[in-house]
Design a protein around this ligand. Sequence first.
Ligand code: ADP
Ligand code: MG
Length: 632
Amino acid sequence: MTKETFTFQAEVGKLLDIVAHSLYSHKEIFLRELISNASDACDKLRYEALTNADLGSGDAEYAISITSDKKGKMLTISDNGIGMNRDDLAATLGTIARSGTQAFMDQITAAKEKKKEKGGVDLIGQFGVGFYSAFMVSDTVEVITHKAGEATAYKWVSDGRGEFTIEEATRDGFGTDVILHVKKEEKEFLEANRIEQIVKTYSDHIGIPINLMPMKKDEEQRTLNAASALWTREKKDITPEQYKEFYHHVAHAFDDPWMTLHNRVEGVMAYTNLLYIPSSPPFDLFNPDRKSSVKLYVKKIFITDNCDGLLPAYLRFVKGVVDSEDLPLNISREMLQDNPALGKIRKALIKRIFTELGKKAEKSPEEYATFWDSFGAVLKEGLYEDTDNREKIFELVRFKSTYSDGQISLKEYTARMKEGQDAIYYITGEDAEQIALSPQLEGFKKKGVEVLLLADPVDEFWITAIGLYDDKMFKSATRGGADLEKVVEADSDKKDDKKDDKKSSNIDPLVAAFKVALGEKIKDVRVSERLTDSAVCLVADEGDMDIHLERLLKQHKQLEESTPRVLELNPDHILIKNLNKMASKSEGIEASVEDAAWLLLDQARIVEGEKVADPVAFAKRLASVMERGLTS
Ligand code: ADP
Ligand code: MG
């Protein structure tokens, strides 16, 4: 085979540019990234070797070695792991493995802009570029690699400027050498002391030995790390930094862990968990595959990082490792799903995560609020997916509401329900601040009835699926039958006023006129109990689909037809009162009452965020009404 030349995927080209030219802080993390990859590669081969003896023995001496050649200005990181073939090289080192998406690039560019403003934002810390960080310190990077079980070794070379080549090569044994041709100005990374310090800082948690090869004649090779898997060590022997670095490695993440759960469980089941909840949401949190990414080990041997049985999809933001003593080593990944021991571990893990989250929510509500902002929308999926744990999840769920700017729990909500209020009221929409201003909420505010503001798409699904909390119905504030008249108003004097008002404003003639004018376009016209300031609003009839849910389904092409809505009129609004006078006087429907009916309907639609059905007719009516107003 001759040498082939490839160009990087477009985003990689841009990324390499950013890496090479804009990131000057923490260059040393290139070594952590390469060691992390080498360790992953050894984990993978050890697993393969369990079922295929040709690939090596299960207890082969997996190790990572670092060789520094000061004269030749070369730093080599070698492993005896799984290796890569030609296609692996082209695919994995030619694309951004974690998230080769435009969104990722946009974020990194945005962060770069920010960096210019503020200075000192640690880009790598936020995003991480894995293998490519090698180009921060190298003119050229060579990868010589031999995939386990295959015939040919390959060499990959790039100067990180947009192209790379792949050709056949030779290598002793399976595994990978990453050879950095270190830039002149970065020669500190060839010094033994510097290398040792970096490894101790960032990679001490790696479970296999990281050996520094002798640099002088009668030197011995030295192991730089503790070389025992972090989760197997005693809690008291682990520093917060080591926990954090292990999180970076195991989660392929670059933020700080928000919560760390390290437990050894012995007894009926024996396992160790070292789980993390990130402090910021990863880019793929809402990927359709909803994969959980906790790594499963059996007796310290890596089995899979793709085990659905370990944690439910709604806890996919949890990262880390579970090491079980009870699963058979030779279990195939396919068989895992049905293993009863795994089911028990899963149950226990869920319980532990809920308990710890509950404690945090109680002890430090502010910290919990940031967690909730990042992952609440995911956790809420559990409300309809995991009926067994629904009550537990309800305790952890937080809401924005009309009561305060902060987050509230359902317990708090029900504790301050008004006398006569028998339902938990909510309103859904795209943006909590926006929906808080909805006209449908005016009457609720007046009576001091709190309304939950639900702005995550998932809310539409659990709330329609569940219906009850603590024997109280969830009721949409934008629906008919809101039953507000039963709620006792805080100030009972006001209540009497209201009654008088109601008597004085009979708008039956207008209601009848509007019904005739709008015909089929509307399900009904009714006198509103919930409006105090606005003239009109739209609500869904009881039993009909919520307006926001309908819009959501239409956006996703799940629905075509629109359900006609109920138009509610505020009998105390001056405009409605005057229109009512006009409607009472005349026999048929006056043109201006008809125009008003259509204009008010369109206005209510606009407030809902809906489109005006017929913009031309709307504009004509608006013009003619204004004309009459100006000329009379
Ligand atoms: P990540 O580690 O987050 O997947 P990297 O950019 O660090 O991203 O690495 C990209 C991919 O290249 C890895 O997922 C792996 O498939 C492959 N790779 C990198 N280094 C090695 C290695 N030493 N041995 C085998 N495969 C490797
Ligand atoms: Mg990596």
